[in-house]
Design a protein around this ligand. Structure first.
Ligand code: NAP
Length: 251
């Protein structure tokens, strides 16, 4: 696709990015704005959203950014929907929320009940709430794009709770897709490897062989526009650039 076509791909469309203040979320927001979308960027911190607005303004892009301080992981889905309903039926929603829990790596046998409960709340229950709140906001022809890490599919020693919640998130999203049964909106589960983001680069974790957050945003934009070869693949793997986009896990 030429740069000009890419610039117009999402013009006239509204896409919500949940977790837009995160490393992946900000890169995806930028890419969607470059495709011409109106992006409703949500996060729980007004200050972090203001930082996002400064970042995308400096980068320059044809789309329009709207920031909203909304916690899509709130249990009160009706309240979340009421906060977002002024933006009308959404053409797309990207869910890029979550966290890695404690940076201390612990083996399963040493994980406390408290660590378990906290990780389930922050990295699984919040996603369930986000799916429940956001899916009804999408137009029937719209698309929801959800991200889970590759530990959904492979063992993740000393970070088992990250892996377990990724596997459960993947299952939730796959079930949602089956329940909607092609009646719309479309649902995509993207299983991702390590991603190039500004926060990761700032701590020295960077590799040109990884997809970037902006690569993910461009890809999500094409899925939302139902454009390109992967538009009908509800489960996709984006692990490394060398693997490319796949519909089955790379070996
Ligand atoms: N970066 C990678 O290489 C990589 C690889 C595989 C998987 N992932 C997964 O992809 C997702 C995004 O990654 P990232 O690197 O962008 O992470 P990040 O920089 O930590 O950003 C995550 C964003 O999610 C929001 N968030 C966190 N917990 C939340 C909750 N309970 N409810 C609502 N919002 C919440 C936060 O926004 P506010 O605090 O501003 O609301 C934060 O900005 C995560 O689930 C991560 O585990 C990332």
């Amino acid at each position: 696709m030429s740069d000009i076509q890419e610039d117009r791909l999402l013009s006239g469309r509204t896409v919500l990015v949940a977790g837009a203040t995160g490393g992946i979320g900000e890169g995806m927001t930028l890419a969607l704005l470059r495709q011409g979308a109106t992006v409703v960027a949500t996060g729980r911190s007004e200050e972090r959203l203001a930082g996002l607005a400064d970042y995308v303004r400096e980068a320059g892009q044809p789309g329009t950014l709207i920031t909203r301080t909304v916690n899509v992981g709130d249990a009160d889905s009706k309240k979340v929907r009421a906060q977002l309903s002024p933006h009308g039926a959404l053409d797309g929603a990207v869910v890029s929320i979550g966290d890695w829990g404690s940076p201390e790596r612990t083996g399963i046998l040493d994980i406390s009940d408290r660590e378990w409960e906290e990780m389930i709340a922050s990295n699984l229950t919040s996603h369930f709430h986000a799916l429940r709140a956001l899916t009804p906001l999408l137009s029937r022809k719209g698309a929801l794009v959800h991200l889970s890490g590759f530990s959904a599919d492979i063992p993740y020693p000393f970070a088992a709770l990250v892996g377990a919640t990724n596997a459960a998130k993947k299952s939730l999203v796959r079930s949602l897709d089956a329940e909607l049964n092609s009646a719309g909106p479309r649902v995509y589960e993207l299983i991702i490897g390590p991603i190039r983001t500004r926060p990761r680069a700032a701590i020295g974790a960077d590799n040109p062989g990884w997809f970037s957050a902006e690569d993910l945003g461009r890809h999500a934009g094409r899925l939302i526009a139902r454009s390109g070869p992967y538009a009908d693949a509800s489960l996709q793997y984006l692990i490394t650039r060398a693997h490319g986009v796949r519909t089955t896990p790379p070996q």
